[in-house]
Ligand binder design. Structure first.
Ligand SMILES: *Cc1c(COP(=O)(O)O)cnc(C)c1O
Length: 356
């Protein structure tokens, strides 16, 4: 084997490492914001049946336009959306990549407000899109005035607002989305990966009459379907047409489509634990206060916890005790996913012991 540095790789990729959180097999995994409750058995059986019926047809390419699944996403999102206004891909990371392929690229720019999702700069780099991250306001919040002012000043080709925001948990209301949309002429992406946990309204209700607005969603978090790799979005039909130009043919496999169709038929059961996860999130916030820590306001299924003198030491100590959390590199903080009641108890108990 040769060394990566010896290959004629793109100059801008030289010296880079693959992105991704450590995948360690420990009992309590609170590091990547999955729904830790898993899939109800009755739903799992229905998914298996749907998959089984596809297997004998795998010699054929799948429906390239996955119209049935898109119709289900439209019905799930409501607000009178039709199948032609929705789109899906292998995780919302692929949705975002397709958006950058279609609306970014050389000579185009993307803008976001950090700290935010660390894949945005990666996707910008892969698609040769200039990327700028402006700071969020106090306590990682965003106001409509600030957002509008910055978008008007920078005029990006693509602006991404993550709502609720990963890794801070903070959220914006639709007034900020409206102000952002009106402030510039580019594509406005609202990344709603955690929308099901939020008490704020979805930007889906703003889509009518706003052809440059894209709402990105995923089945990876609240839907307990991270392993299936299904992300989706809603937007004007013309935006869908743009993504259909850059997508690879048959990008969504017949098995992925089948699994997603079955899971969506059981949406209420798949989402049944969302309330319980919010209870554990709020319990975590309250209990962390007793340990001398504080959490940023969260509308997601995780909290950004502040007050660690040495986050890496605490990360390692928790790991040694069978709990993995995430150090996202914000000084004195760790990001912790809200899990089951038992997992949250284990996390809080170990944290109390570690902090003495
Ligand atoms: C987890 C996450 C995603 C996407 O995940 P997929 O598994 O690719 O759907 C997108 N945006 C944010 C902010 C996330 O945290």
């Amino acid at each position: 084997m040769t060394n990566l540095d010896d290959l004629p790789i793109r100059d801008d990729l030289r010296g880079l490492k693959p992105y991704g959180a450590p995948q360690l097999d420990v009992p309590v995994q609170l590091n990547v914001n999955e729904n830790t409750f898993g899939i109800p058995e009755a739903v799992a059986l229905d998914i298996i049946q749907e998959l089984a019926s596809e297997v004998l047809r795998l010699n054929r390419y799948p429906d390239r336009e996955f119209i049935e699944l898109r119709g289900q996403f439209a019905a799930f999102l409501g607000h009178g959306l039709s199948a032609s206004q929705t789109w899906a891909a292998n995780g919302s990371n692929e949705i975002l990549t397709q958006i950058f392929q279609a609306f970014g690229g050389p000579g185009k720019s993307a803008l976001s407000f950090g700290p935010t999702y660390s894949m945005y700069p990666n996707i910008a780099r892969i698609t040769l899109t200039d990327y700028r991250e402006l700071p969020r306001e106090a306590a990682f919040e965003l106001s409509s005035g600030y957002v509008a002012e910055q978008l008007a000043a920078h005029k990006p080709s693509i602006a991404i607002l993550c709502n609720p925001n990963n890794p801070t948990g903070t959220s914006i209301d639709n007034e900020v989305v409206r102000a952002a949309y009106d402030a510039f002429d580019g594509i406005l992406v609202i990344d709603e990966a955690y929308a099901e946990f939020s008490s704020e309204s979805s930007a889906v209700e703003l889509l009518a009459g706003r052809p440059r607005l894209i709402v990105s969603r995923t089945m990876s978090k609240a839907f307990a379907f991270a392993g299936a790799r299904v992300g989706y979005m809603a937007a004007d039909e013309a935006v869908v047409d743009a993504l259909r130009i850059v997508r690879l043919p048959y990008h969504l496999s017949a098995l992925t489509q089948a699994a997603a169709r079955a899971a969506l038929r059981h949406a209420p059961e798949m989402l049944a634990n969302v309330e319980q996860i919010k209870v554990q999130r709020d319990r975590m916030i309250a209990q962390l206060g007793l340990l001398g820590l504080s959490a940023y306001k969260s509308e997601a299924n995780f909290v950004l916890v502040e007050g660690f003198e040495n986050p890496n030491e605490v990360f390692e100590a928790l790991l040694a005790r069978g709990v993995i959390v995430r150090n996202v590199g914000i000084p004195n903080t760790l990001r912790i996913t809200a899990g089951t009641e038992a997992e949250t108890s284990k996390l809080l108990g170990e944290l109390a012991l570690i902090l003495g």
